[in-house]
Ligand binder design. Structure first.
Ligand code: SF4
Length: 356
């Protein structure tokens, strides 16, 4: 698809155009990846971060955040709880660090989770996705060898000016792209994604983001609306973003649909941020072509310390409540949940020729 064609899809505004976009995306999803929904239990195991991205509520300069890092045992127990729920896969997510202790915590945790989550319904243990930022080639290799097989690293925006504006000099788009390439060479199923509705972001930028996903041959996409956190330098955009809330929400759904139409056989997550704007946001994401949901599994005693943006839902519910709630929400969309399944993205097998 060309940038102009994607631009046209993203531009859908009238109810008829939006419905046409949605049904087209839904059909592409059914044809290429089926209609089942895959769960990844989300374990936010640490909010410590050495970086200062200006949109992020756990950036290092936010001294109002109480920092935490779960112990290896807590991470493993939380992962095993997910396995018992039938989730099949988990995402281990944190702020970014690269010190030895942090790397060893992940390597040791992943190894034990793989061993201890094996069962008759999960003979190879839980599928493990890592979302722990930019790391060295050697570290990616260690994570992969420990048993993680997916890695998420969002670029947040591929518009160079916006990327630089919101990340400062510490991070570069090129470095992030290099990391994604390294992960692919290591053998990971690779995911990326962007924020939608960033101040100054245009429809052209978003169309180019989708072309980037295609160029980098991503297997998984996670996108959501940009939401302000009050303890960040971007709090000044609060009123502007609040005024554009409905537009940004629809644009986020259009992005899911356009990405599905352009990329076809990837996994696309209906992210929690959608639910911050609309109670039914995640279900709507599923109706626009998403096929992955990440139920909140982070232990409740730390969950309200991992706030990347204001208004995050599911902060006070127990993990069991979240599981039951999501099950009902998905049933309401008429889709089935693929219990005890890794739900690997079909695109990974097409891209690599690996049929295992
Ligand atoms: S976006 Fe990630 S790397 Fe940036 S400050 Fe937040 S947790 Fe750290």
């Amino acid at each position: 698809m060309t940038s102009n064609e994607i631009f046209d899809l993203l531009s859908a505004r009238s109810p008829a155009d939006i419905e046409s976009l949605r049904t087209q995306a839904y059909q592409v999803m059914v044809d290429h990846v089926g209609s089942e929904v895959y769960f990844r239990g989300l374990v936010e195991f640490s909010n410590e971060c050495i970086f200062d991205c200006s949109y992020c509520g756990i950036r290092k300069s936010n001294t109002a955040v109480e920092r935490y890092c779960l112990s290896k045992d807590e991470i493993i127990e939380t992962a095993l709880w997910c396995a018992r729920q039938g989730y099949g896969s988990i995402v281990l997510q944190s702020g970014q660090q690269s010190n030895r202790e942090f790397i060893e915590l992940i390597v040791g945790g992943v190894q034990q989770i793989k061993q201890r989550s094996r069962s008759s319904v999960l003979p190879h243990g839980l599928g493990i996705t890592l979302s722990v930022g930019e790391q060295s080639k050697e570290t990616y290799r260690r994570f992969f060898d420990a048993g993680a097989h997916r890695y998420l690293l969002r670029v947040e925006t591929t518009a160079k000016e916006l990327f630089e504006k919101f990340h400062g000099p510490e991070k570069t788009l090129q470095r992030r792209v290099t990391c994604l390439e390294t992960m692919k060479k290591t053998g990971f199923q690779v995911g990326t994604g962007v924020m939608i509705g960033l101040p100054g972001q245009t429809l052209n930028d978003l169309a180019n983001d989708i072309l980037f996903f295609k160029d980098i041959d991503a297997d998984m996409i996670g996108m959501g609306p940009y939401l302000v956190h009050h303890e960040t330098p971007m709090n000044g955009y609060r009123d502007e973003i609040a005024e554009r809330k409905n537009e940004i929400f629809q644009l986020s759904l259009n992005m899911i649909a356009a990405t599905r139409i352009a990329l076809k056989d990837v996994n696309i997550a209906a992210t929690t941020a959608l639910q911050t704007i609309d109670q039914k946001g995640r279900e709507m994401g599923l109706m626009y072509g998403a096929n992955v949901i990440m139920p909140q599994a982070t232990p409740r005693h730390v969950r309200n310390k991992y706030l990347l943006y204001d208004g995050k839902p599911c902060v006070d519910e127990s993990a069991a409540d979240c599981a039951a709630c999501l099950e009902q929400r998905i049933a309401a969309t008429g889709r089935a949940i693929a219990w005890n399944s890794w739900g690997d993205p079909c695109h990974f097998f097409t891209r690599t020729g690996n049929q295992d």
